[in-house]
Design a protein around this ligand. Structure first.
Ligand code: ADP
Ligand code: ASP
Ligand code: MG
Length: 473
């Protein structure tokens, strides 16, 4: 079996869904036993979340909002020529929930998740209906009806350990030959309340199903040619990295490469299942294969970045030669459930980056009880990721001089213990220039093998063969 996850743009129009069905059919014809996971139609999750917020203020807007969501799907449905009424019940239920929000003048994390879950529910119906029309034995499922059980941390739910067994048992009961089309992103608590796994969480769903079912491969079909040396939207010259290790992929995802949800790799890694990232709009490109061990001689594998981070600077002379200070600081982060991305320390200072979507106001007040605290916004982190960062001398020097030569100030720097990642913080308005400059320093012309040459070497090599990419002379 292979798990094939199709993202929002892949199911974003009638034309792209036709492409998706071709890809699924080819997998089925070559005996791969596809298990399909889908995201919501692109833009729909944002629309649903906005709908929930605006229903709070105006009951009269509900009809209009639901109408917009309906039209977006109706265009796709008519383009595919499938039954026009397949979403009627979902849309009626959505309207009821939005009126409910308006009536009680309250929106909770629980209701928000329920509203957000409609996106994947509707896209799975559309994809399954069109697959059936094309003669495939497809059937839509809500992930929670196939065992996807989570805790009640709405908005960012985590699966319960029993999920893996529950999924295996549920799928076992399916008639053989069925091609399931399953909702990404959503789950349910054991009490039956709908949850979501966090934005971009359909990748994680795919990996969980892949691990639970012992899949041969987990495929993430998206709108880029695999994991690239940088976000192609930011760096047009970025190229595909043909093979990446689990460790590198996790680090890239965690530090901003949106192509994979940060938790995607964990379930796959636990069962040593390869993950392949492929382009729905360029299906013959080999994409990226993510494996446990990659014997590649390269310094930097890819560059990634995160906008919208705070830098919190904690200064205190009490830190000097004292123990227990950092413990006090981190206990507060734990108390407020605020995760730290990067950290750098000196004798009297700790600097950390935190994603801006966490509310840190109370945390900062408490820190101020025993230290001087400064919070800087409009900052961004840039990370070089690659196993070679540890073994190839001079990567840090090149990073700092590339930025320094352009007058870009590095406000903080941090290298992880595993040495897979070297990160710096810069002002957000210098981010694009910094990433492009670093990309041209580490991946520019003449700085290694062309991506196509590496890709064809990988394609020609036996499975698991040694890969030598971007070798320096
Ligand atoms: P999907 O809807 O398929 O899940 P996403 O928008 O979540 O797609 O992720 C794909 C996007 O990730 C790409 O369009 C690209 O702009 C962005 N991205 C960021 N970093 C990278 C990278 N290193 N390699 C490839 N894509 C990246
Ligand atoms: N539809 C969800 C989102 O937009 C999940 C996903 O696309 O993976 O965040
Ligand atoms: Mg995504």
């Amino acid at each position: 079996m292979i798990v094939m996850k199709f993202g929002g743009t892949s199911v974003g129009s009638a034309g792209s869904i036709r492409g998706v069905i071709d890809i699924i059919r080819q997998a089925a014809n070559s005996g791969k036993d596809p298990f399909v996971v889908v995201s919501a139609v692109s833009g729909v999750t944002d629309m649903l979340l906005a709908a929930a917020r605006s229903s709070l203020g105006k009951g009269s807007s509900v009809k209009g909002i639901v109408g917009g969501i309906e039209r977006k799907h109706a265009d796709i449905i008519s383009g595919l020529g499938i039954a026009p009424d397949i979403l009627l019940e979902d849309l009626a239920e959505l309207e009821k929930v939005l009126y409910g929000i308006w009536l009680v003048r309250e929106i909770t994390a629980r209701t928000t998740d329920y509203v957000a879950s409609f996106g994947e529910c509707m896209s799975s119906r559309i994809v399954a209906a069109y697959a059936k029309k094309c003669g495939l034995n497809a059937k839509e499922f809500n992930a929670y009806d196939l065992g996807m059980i989570t805790d009640s941390n709405f908005g960012s739910a985590e699966i319960l350990p029993s999920t893996y067994e529950a999924i295996a048992a549920a799928v076992e009961k399916m008639p053989s030959g069925t091609i399931p089309v399953v909702t990404g992103f959503v789950g349910k608590t054991s009490e039956g309340e709908v949850t979501t796994l966090g934005r971009g969480g359909s990748d994680y769903t795919a990996s969980i199903f892949g691990a639970a079912l012992g899949a041969e491969e987990i495929q993430i079909w998206t709108d880029a040619d695999g994991v690239m040396t940088a976000d192609p939207k930011l760096v047009p010259g970025a190229s595909t990295v043909p093979v990446v290790s689990f460790e590198e992929a996790s680090e890239l995802a965690y530090f901003g490469a949106k192509v994979l949800h940060p938790k995607t790799i964990l379930p796959a890694m636990s069962r040593n299942i390869p993950v392949r990232v492929l382009n729905t709009f360029n299906p013959h490109n080999g994409g990226t294969l993510i494996l446990r061990e990659v014997d590649a001689k390269r310094d930097v594998t890819a560059i990634t970045c995160k906008k919208d981070v705070y830098v919190v600077n904690i200064n205190s002379l009490r830190m000097l030669l004292a123990y227990g200070f950092l413990n006090r600081v981190f206990r507060l982060f734990e108390e407020f459930s605020v995760p730290v991305d990067l950290i750098a320390t000196s004798e009297v200072n700790v600097s950390m980056t935190i994603e801006k979507n966490f509310d840190i106001s109370q945390l900062v007040e408490r820190l101020k009880e025993f230290a001087d605290v400064r919070v800087m916004s409009d900052r961004a982190s840039i990370s070089l990721v690659g196993r070679g960062i540890k073994s190839v001398p001079g990567v840090g020097g090149r990073m700092f001089s590339t930025l320094g030569n352009r007058g870009i100030n590095v406000e903080m720097a941090s290298q992880s213990y595993s040495d897979v990642n070297l990160s710096v913080v810069v002002k957000e308005d210098q981010l694009e220039e910094a990433v492009r400059a670093l990309h041209s320093e580490f991946f520019g012309a003449g700085n290694g093998l062309a991506a196509e040459a590496v890709a064809s070497a990988v394609a020609a090599a036996p499975k698991g063969a040694y890969l030598r990419s971007r070798q320096k002379n």
